[in-house]
Design a protein around this ligand. Structure first.
Ligand code: SF4
Ligand code: SF4
Length: 376
């Protein structure tokens, strides 16, 4: 438990009080909800918008929802969306220009005033947020939009009580217990006869919410209950990625034939990069109206899997799917360490589930480890 912050217990019937307090404080609550057969992140108006009683079944290239047989609010793992959708939106106008006679007025897009409460952030996703902080807030140039949304948001984590079939957070040391980067953290405690939540603050911002809730303290044995819940997720994790010496392994295996093998399957569709919570590549596009009096510049998500992304001086540097897949995986697991002093992968498994042909980053990394090419 975070120092100086007390752990509270909220009955399921009182969980809506958390929503009311967040709304009273001007937060727009963003969290998981079912949409077209998938759990996505969207604005939640009430507790009823959560995926009550649903769970997700994931495999490489496969995803489906099933009923759980209980009324759990957070009984699933992660879907195709990540929180970057709100901090680093898929497309955003940067400025507009209007011709006024012989001059041009340029108007920058104002920074948003929205205050988001991100509800149900998993441990791996918190690590992904901290990785994107390094990208957008700690470099030579910072992103003011990201900085503004991040500063105004409240992050409510949740300890995972089950793992998905494509998760591998334990081997990446990013979960399933929420341990850092949260304002509040929830544990869903569901038994055959009771349903409640533990809630504890991890920051002063979070503690203003717990104080307003006026809920009773969690029972004395709540530490053990949380340990058991998290251990259930650990025990169910089926995948792992051996990260020992992975940087050197990948740097010395640029010529490994495995890259060609995976390229035979890869569609270069970029789904993995869109779903990944840490991928941050973007492009800018300018548009103008037919009169030429109005122009706009937009920032949009891009991907190292597109040929335009590596277009330099009249040609693309990475013309083959092999070179694009190798670039993506080597960046995630190796050169990201040089660039940001951390892995670029948090083991969420999204790229495995949402790859239409089921390519599995853990399988690819393990295959290179098993059959490395001779180092020159
Ligand atoms: S590379 Fe795949 S498993 Fe790793 S963080 Fe990105 S989507 Fe998740
Ligand atoms: S690895 Fe899968 S998701 Fe990624 S570009 Fe290739 S086919 Fe698409």
């Amino acid at each position: 438990m975070a120092k100086d912050f007390q752990r509270l217990e909220i009955k399921r019937s009182d969980f809506r009080n958390l929503f009311e307090i967040l709304k009273d404080r001007g937060f727009s609550i963003i969290g998981p909800t079912v949409h077209e057969g998938v759990i996505i992140y969207d604005e939640l108006k009430s507790v009823d918008d959560l995926p009550i009683g649903w769970t997700d079944v994931q495999e490489p290239g496969k995803y489906r929802l099933e009923k759980r047989g209980d009324e759990a609010l957070f009984g699933f793992t992660v879907g195709p969306h990540s929180w970057k959708k709100y901090l680093f939106p898929p497309e955003r106008r940067l400025w507009q220009a209007n011709r006024q006679g012989r001059s041009i007025d340029i108007t920058s897009e104002p920074l948003p005033k929205t205050k988001y409460a991100f509800l149900g952030v998993r441990a791996c996703e918190l690590h992904a947020l901290l990785i994107q902080d390094k990208v957008f807030l700690e470099g030579d140039s910072t992103d003011p939009y990201y900085a503004q949304i991040r500063k105004n948001s409240l992050v409510i984590g949740i300890h995972c009580g089950q793992s998905g079939n494509t998760c591998f957070c334990v081997s990446m040391n990013t979960g399933p217990r929420v341990s850092l980067g949260y304002d509040l953290v929830l544990t869903e405690v569901l038994t055959s006869s009771s349903h409640s939540f533990y809630l504890e603050a991890g920051s002063e911002k979070g503690s203003t919410i717990t104080k307003a809730l006026k809920a009773p303290l969690a029972p004395r044995l709540s530490d053990k209950t949380i340990d058991d819940i998290v251990q259930n997720a650990v025990a169910g994790m089926k995948r792992s990625l051996n990260t020992d010496g992975i940087k050197q392994l990948l740097y010395t295996n640029m010529a490994n034939p495995r890259w060609e093998e995976v390229a035979q399957k890869c569609l270069s569709c970029a789904n993995c990069t869109m779903a990944c919570p840490t991928c941050f590549c973007s492009t800018v596009e300018e548009t103008s109206d037919l009169s030429g009096d109005h122009a706009e510049r937009w920032k949009k998500w891009d991907s190292c899997f597109t040929s335009d992304f590596s277009y330099v001086h009249g040609g693309s540097v990475r013309t083959s799917t092999m070179s694009r897949y190798r670039q993506w995986m080597t960046h995630k697991l190796a050169s990201w360490q040089d660039q940001f002093d951390t892995s670029g992968c948090v083991g969420c498994g999204r790229c495995i589930t949402w790859c239409p042909v089921g390519i599995d980053i853990t399988e690819e990394a393990n295959a290179i480890r098993l059959n490395p090419v001779a180092e020159r």
